[in-house]
Ligand binder design. Sequence first.
Ligand code: E4P
Length: 220
Amino acid sequence: MLFFVDTANLDHIREASELGILDGVTTNPSLMAKEGVSGEKNILKHYRDICAIVGEGRDVSAEVIATDFKGMVEEGKRLADLHENIVVKVPMIREGVKAIAYFTDAGIRTNCTLVFSAGQALLAAKAGATYLSPFIGRIDDIGWDGMALIKEIAEIYNNSGFDTAILAASIRSPLHIIEAAKAGADVVTCPLSAILGLLNHPLTDIGLEKFLEDHRKANG
Ligand code: E4P
């Protein structure tokens, strides 16, 4: 399973990259705004900076703001031209499906975002999306079962032989990452804190302390 970090914060991206486990980055307009990145020139520069940090072969999702087909295509092409790592992130709306099909034909990789149902997942795969982003946490937030959707989509994609990768998004915790892996997600995108949370186990800390103490006793 691939690990993407879900942020536009350059320090977090650098830290995840230095950990040696990072496969890519996803951003969205809210995450860019949170970092104070605004204006087309600054936004494009920020994407270039992210690509430079992660290095070659690590996908960076950059989301279109336009919601009409023509606008999405123009904006998506500009984003894709920025760097070979860029994957154009397109919302799951009618015009978005058309845009994904267009980008697929043009050889431009896509991430279909804001996915909340198996029907939407089917449409995105039919249009040839490279990645599909079901929002686990936001489904849990309304009292539904986000992970059940991952399982359902994994079953559908396996049955139909779709190549679209399931990118479990809106991940909130280390447990979400583990559950997504078990449910059949190909990729998780999560805040750095959730990835680092996977490290923690009290028995590791206790065990390491004892090893070091025994070493100190034996070696003075
Ligand atoms: C996915 O690509 C989105 O950027 C993200 O996972 C949304 O997460 P949130 O629900 O925590 O905002």
